[in-house]
Design a protein around this ligand. Structure first.
Ligand SMILES: [Zn+2]
Length: 513
């Protein structure tokens, strides 16, 4: 009846046409992770390489061509733009932002890696990026500057039809520094937005999600009003070519008997998704086709993007080749191993450097697993420090009682084998300890030259990884130092007085007989 009245009014007043079916051209990316260059399993490649996929120059060329051929294309990004290459580690979003600005995105959501540098880098990025950011399940207080840039959903119009887009992100976002951000349950947050959109007469709903493929499927089943989910987070590659190694399923994946379509494109931008769907006037999908498109050399390269990437590379090379110091001696491992087992000169040396920066603490503890290479004597470049300690791990101060410190040291040897690697083993400065291999006892602990006192509180410098419960250490509240572990290593190595370090043999094995 409503329809007839509507048509009657239409014909009488405006002579307007009956609403038609809507065809959309949806182009999407997810988990680009700062892969500015094409890459393969061996690493980054140049833009003209045949055997590597991806790269922003190709992605930009592809997107701009799609937009030119079909100005009504809907272009979306499902999050995790940050972290993954040395470009991010060393230049943050300096080149990433202008590259993202070149792609005419309609909307994007936030990934967990957008929070890797506290909130500051995210705010810097999204306050300048001209793309609406959607995340319905993030509640942030108005005190947080990030609040003003996040909306739960938005409405776009194509061919006279309204389309609702709802953003949603993983509850695993790592909010550092106690930001006033709260995550609400995903289903509830999306359901609320669907209701709001439906009340406005919108019957085409796209969810832009960074919650993983498994969660996308669950969400689609729970809320069948969703037409399309553009996903990310699990790096799942949905593609029709069965010969692709990392394939997780067909493109698009269908749920609810084909009423809901899920798309997701792996990681790093090696593939970009292109989904064409036709909706009837009730907002139901009646036709669709699409695939993940390989970003290979045939795509071409956008010249403006090529220029930005070349500038980024020049800056990266300058940073990596910077000479930090001339070491008169090498710092390696012991026992012919290539990792820090028990006493370890490179481990002790790093702990020593950290202690030099913070003489106010009682000791330093760092996990052996974070130390990835040794330092030879001679010229040491920044690139070598990056290989030595590749993590952007903030240095923090924690407080432990003597009893707790003993527990920490003991946890460090739990998985110790005579010839095995043990990532948890603690390298120290200011702290000495001995342990037995067979029955895993910790003995003769001293701190600043005095025997450990069980009830005394000690202030220790460590990494945020350990303080946050990494390697299964007990989680501890911490105070940030404002520097990363690597920044301190570089800073202290530049002081020539620190180049020669006399090993103190802080970690000792007592041989059981
Ligand atoms: Zn990711």
């Amino acid at each position: 009846m409503k329809k007839i009245i509507f048509l009657l009014i239409c014909v009488l007043l405006y002579g307007c046409k009956q609403p038609e079916n809507l065809k959309i051209n949806l182009i999407h990316t997810n988990d680009l992770h700062t892969h500015l260059l094409p890459f393969n399993e061996y690493g980054d490649c140049t833009i003209d390489s045949q055997n590597c996929l991806g790269g922003f120059a190709r992605i930009t060329a592809f997107m701009l061509k799609e937009k030119q051929e079909n100005p009504d294309s809907i272009i979306l990004d499902a999050g995790d733009r940050f972290t993954g290459t040395a470009f991010y580690t060393l230049t943050k979003s300096r080149y990433l932002l202008p590259l993202f600005e070149m792609i005419p995105y309609d909307a994007a959501t936030l990934g967990n890696h957008e929070f890797d540098d506290n909130l500051s880098e995210t705010v810097h990025f999204i306050s300048r990026w001209h793309t609406p950011i959607l995340a319905a399940n993030i509640l942030s207080s108005s005190k947080e500057p990030i609040s003003q840039y996040i909306k739960p959903s938005m409405i776009i119009e194509r061919n006279g039809r309204k389309i609702g887009i709802i953003g949603v992100t993983t509850p695993e976002i790592n909010i550092l520094g106690g930001a006033a951000i709260e995550i609400t349950p995903i289903k509830q947050a999306v359901e609320t937005e669907i209701k709001k959109l439906k009340n406005q007469g919108i019957n085409i709903i796209i969810v832009l999600s960074h919650i993983s493929l498994t969660q996308d499927i669950k969400l689609a089943k729970a809320l069948p009003d969703i037409d399309i989910i553009v996903g990310g987070h699990s790096h799942s590659l949905l593609i029709n070519d069965k010969s692709v190694v990392h394939r997780r399923g067909e493109y698009p994946m269908t749920v609810n008997g084909g009423k809901t379509l899920i798309v997701s494109c792996g990681m790093g931008g090696q593939y970009v998704g292109k989904l064409q769907a036709e909706f009837n006037t009730d907002g139901e999908i009646i036709n669709y086709n699409g695939d993940a498109v390989a970003m290979n050399i045939d795509i071409g390269a956008d010249s403006a993007a090529v220029k930005i990437i070349a500038d980024a590379q020049t800056e990266l090379n300058n940073i990596l080749s910077e000479k930090i110091v001339e070491l008169p001696q090498s710092y390696g491992y012991t026992d012919g191993t290539d990792y820090c087992s028990q006493e370890c000169p490179i481990g002790e040396y790093i702990a020593y450097l950290l202690a030099q920066e913070h003489p106010e603490v009682d000791g330093v503890i760092i996990n052996s697993g974070a130390i990835r290479s040794a330092l030879p004597h001679g010229t040491v470049t920044f690139n070598q420090i990056l290989e030595l300690y590749p993590y952007d791990n903030p240095a923090v101060i924690i407080e432990l009682s003597g009893k707790e410190l003993k527990k920490f040291l003991r946890h460090g040897i739990t998985h110790y084998h005579k010839r095995g690697k043990t990532n948890e083993l603690l390298q120290t400065a200011g702290i000495r300890y001995e342990f037995t291999v067979d029955d895993k006892r910790i003995e003769n602990i001293s701190i600043k030259g005095k025997p450990l006192e069980s009830d005394k509180t000690y202030r220790l410098l460590t990494s945020m990884f350990i303080a946050n419960g990494g390697d299964r250490y007990p989680q501890k509240t911490y105070t940030e130092t404002g520097s990363t572990v690597r920044e301190i290593i570089v800073n202290q190595m530049k002081n020539p007085q620190n180049s020669v370090y006399q090993l103190e043999h802080n970690v000792q094995i007592i041989q059981n007989n």
